[in-house]
Design a protein. Structure first.
Length: 508
């Protein structure tokens, strides 16, 4: 029915609109192809493939850039500027115009150079991390910073370059709004974490100590995805050095990673990536290749992963369901209770240095560190060679711990190898948004906790599909959240959620 309706609706669309959509579908197909090559590089490509992959990806980037910035694209947008469009079509044109104007400002040669640098930097980062050698990665980081400053200057030379880069990942919320939310999180979480560290609460934090073989963890991760409803006909599970999700509504793949001393980490990252994949797989199939078939932005995307990871995977209800499955794979934990598992999965760590292994509270201080460092790098307020010391100092200041080496410090994340400056704030924005969306879902779905405990996720998936996924990029971020929850986007639901949850856990 939806496909037929879309076809009927297209019949009376302006000719320029149809022509523009045709162009968009073609350049997005090129982007999708590049995405598969990027996935392959991180999952399956042999180590020696980097030189060829670098050229392949840079060529596809320049082809897509040329298609987006072609004179015909601008002409069609001009023709539609004063056209009488439905709200849906106006949203499509708005999204295409934003992409066109940003791309048109940037020379194709720079696009190619950024792409090539990213491919080469990825391999350099993986080797540098493995060898704990920041100096080996530093030249690539420096080149990325220079290229991204140049990129931002082409788009808008009169604005803060970091703000311009942030808009690549969150085009609908201002940098000022993002910074105010990060500040609110810091003001809420720092005293809460201090109170937790001073608490004498006796949580069952050693419930899952031991050695948990990787092969068995992988089998459990696959079973976890089946439990929450991942569609393996349109996806797959693989292992990568940094968990990620890649794809679209027809083919969306997830990766995770395993630590034989930390089975909960793999469960968390697997459920997290499921949330990303569920969003992509829930986008309208008939709108593939158009803004109505694309996710809104990374803040919204992260809200979906953090909702499933934190509000589902870290809940008591989920562990009522999941603990027997866990114990089937690891019978040495048979003595653990649901409450033991819940406490272990929600422990606030005093000494964790790794963002992707962080608990729900300290996680955001990890984000603040990265945000402040990359912002200062892009603005020219921090030298590349000073990154390790700045990183370590901020960890000591915000988290009370100091990395012993750069592999567990400033080399732990993949993002800077891609040149993705401005990405990190979306993680915290997404966590805040997840709390607001889940609170709204709880108010509308009867006995949601009981459903989760029974392994019944259909109502939650349908609620998210109806309120978030089906809209693609039709609505800008705040409007999407307001339509789903009845309120403007804010940190209120998040602060209420963590104060209640961790107040009860730690007696504070």
């Amino acid at each position: 029915m939806a496909t037929e309706a879309a076809a009927d609706d297209a019949a009376d669309a302006p000719e320029a609109y149809d022509a523009l959509l045709d162009r968009v579908r073609r350049w997005n197909a090129v982007g999708s192809a590049a995405g598969v090559l990027g996935w392959d590089q991180q999952v399956m490509m042999p180590e020696g493939g980097t030189p060829a992959r670098s050229k392949q990806l840079s060529t596809l980037s320049s082809i897509r850039h040329d298609m987006v910035t072609d004179e015909e694209t601008g002409d069609l947008l001009d023709e539609l500027a004063d056209a009488d469009l439905t709200d849906e079509r106006a949203a499509v044109v708005r999204e295409i115009r934003r992409d066109y104007e940003r791309a048109d400002a940037v020379p194709v040669e720079l696009v190619e150079e950024i792409s090539e640098t990213g491919t080469e930097a990825l391999q350099a980062w993986e080797e540098a991390k493995a060898e704990d050698d920041f100096d080996a990665f530093a030249p690539y980081l420096e080149k990325h910073v220079e290229l991204k400053r140049e990129y931002a200057e082409h788009i808008d030379p009169d604005r803060d370059p970091y703000e311009v880069l942030f808009e690549d990942y969150e085009p609908c919320l201002s940098m000022e709004r993002a910074e105010s939310i990060l500040e609110e999180l810091r003001e809420t979480l720092v005293p809460m974490i201090d109170a937790i560290r001073e608490s004498d609460a006796d949580l069952a934090v050693d419930t899952f100590e031991g050695t948990f073989p990787e092969a068995e963890q992988e089998a459990l991760a696959r079973e976890t995805l089946e439990l929450v409803g991942y569609d393996f006909d349109r996806g797959r599970l693989d292992v990568s050095s940094h968990p990620f999700t890649a794809g679209n509504q027809f083919d969306c793949r997830v990766t995770t990673r395993f630590d034989e001393s930390d089975p909960l980490g793999a469960i968390g990252s697997t459920i997290h990536e499921f949330g990303h994949a569920q969003y992509n797989l829930g986008l309208p199939q008939e709108q593939f290749g158009t803004p109505l078939g694309e996710s809104r932005d990374l803040s919204v995307h992260e809200s979906q992963s953090r909702l499933w990871e934190n509000h589902v995977g870290r809940s008591r209800a989920f562990w009522e369901l999941f603990l027997p499955t866990f114990q089937e794979h690891f019978p040495e934990t048979d003595d653990a209770t649901v409450e033991d598992a819940y406490q272990a999965f929600n422990q606030v760590h005093e000494d964790n240095l790794i963002r992707v292994e962080a608990d729900e509270l300290t996680y955001h201080l990890h984000i603040v560190v990265r945000f402040e460092i990359e912002r200062d790098l892009v603005r020219g307020d921090l030298a590349i060679e000073d990154v390790p010391e700045a990183w370590n100092d901020k960890y000591e200041e915000y988290l009370g711990i100091r990395p012993d080496n750069d592999a567990e410090g400033c080399l732990q994340d993949i993002h800077w190898s891609h040149g993705n400056f401005g990405y990190f704030p979306t993680y915290s924005l997404g966590s805040v948004m997840a709390a607001q969306l889940f609170a709204a879902a709880e108010s509308e779905i009867d006995d949601l906790d009981d459903q989760i405990a029974a392994g019944e996720f259909d109502d939650l998936r349908e609620w998210l599909g109806e309120n978030v996924h089906q809209h693609g990029s039709r609505y800008e971020t705040n409007e999407l959240v307001k339509r789903a929850t009845g309120e403007d986007f804010s940190a209120d639901a998040f602060t209420d959620y963590v104060e209640e949850k961790y107040g009860e856990l730690y007696g504070i």
